[in-house]
Design a protein around this ligand. Sequence first.
Ligand SMILES: [Zn+2]
Length: 348
Amino acid sequence: MSTPKFRLALDPNSRVPPLRNLSHHAPSTLPPPKSLQSATPSSHNTATLTFIGTATTILEWSGLRVLTDPNFLHAGDHVHLGPGVTATRVTDPAVPLDKLPPVDVILLSHYHEDHFDRKVEEELHRDIPIVTTPHAHAHLAHKPDAESFTAVYPLDPFECGVIPILGGAGSNKPAIRVTAMPGKHVPPGPAHILDKVNDLLGAVPPTNGWMLELGHEYDAAWSCDYRIYISGDTLLVDELREIPERYKDQRIDLMLVHLGGTTIPGPNLPLLMVTMDAAQGIELMRLIHPEITIPIHYDDYDVFLSPLSDFKAAVTAAGLDEKVVYLDRGDAFGFEVKVGDALPGKRK
Ligand SMILES: [Zn+2]
């Protein structure tokens, strides 16, 4: 376990507002989910993950609210993904941007408009902490005209940071540990193919996945109670094999997998697939072995050429139905974070 690169100091009682427009009044909570799914009786749920759309989710635990890859564009809106690469959103987010409650921290897997849209970049409060790639940090923390975000924390793969949560009794302090995971948007391939799509590669920024550990700090020790792996926009590349090696003997409770088989430059000229399709999603489940997998990032853009129905069929064919939970936009997944469940020697 590497030494944390940063520790945020957050106070859920005095959050910065989500948007910087002073006349905007944010609601204090998310709307109730359309439906709440759970692997345990719902009375045991201590955390929820709400699916907003694309790769946008909101994790709520111990009073903390974490937002991933904020994209609040609506159907018909366009994103520019690089030279000659645009995509059209075909869905609406479950919650519009102006109904977003305060968030404590944003995890941004990479700096791409379908994960951090232009309106979000324009309207978000500058002081919201953002954990992201060094590439995104270079953009967001160094904007001209005093537009920079003030709390951007870059992580390279396997570097980690700590998000402590105020409260907790005695030496038992709840916290989330976030560790960057490797990811690669660009397929390995013969040079002659890569040459042809060289221009497209400029459209593909470096990307992180995340390992989120919901746990407790006991004095100097760290105990993880629930572990969530978020793939980010990656293909099933060799770099991902290091994840199960590093987390050998440690349970991955939940995996959020970015699917969609995103293919650029567009649906009429599908040249280069840059996110996992159904078959790769199954392979990733076999590699990571999470208790539960939730597919996200699967049907929101016209460049997503691998529909969720493909993944569902592949899951059934692989005999993995019990390992997958499907969320619609606006649905939430509730789960139990058992304190001390993963104390050394107690739990794999
Ligand atoms: Zn994407």
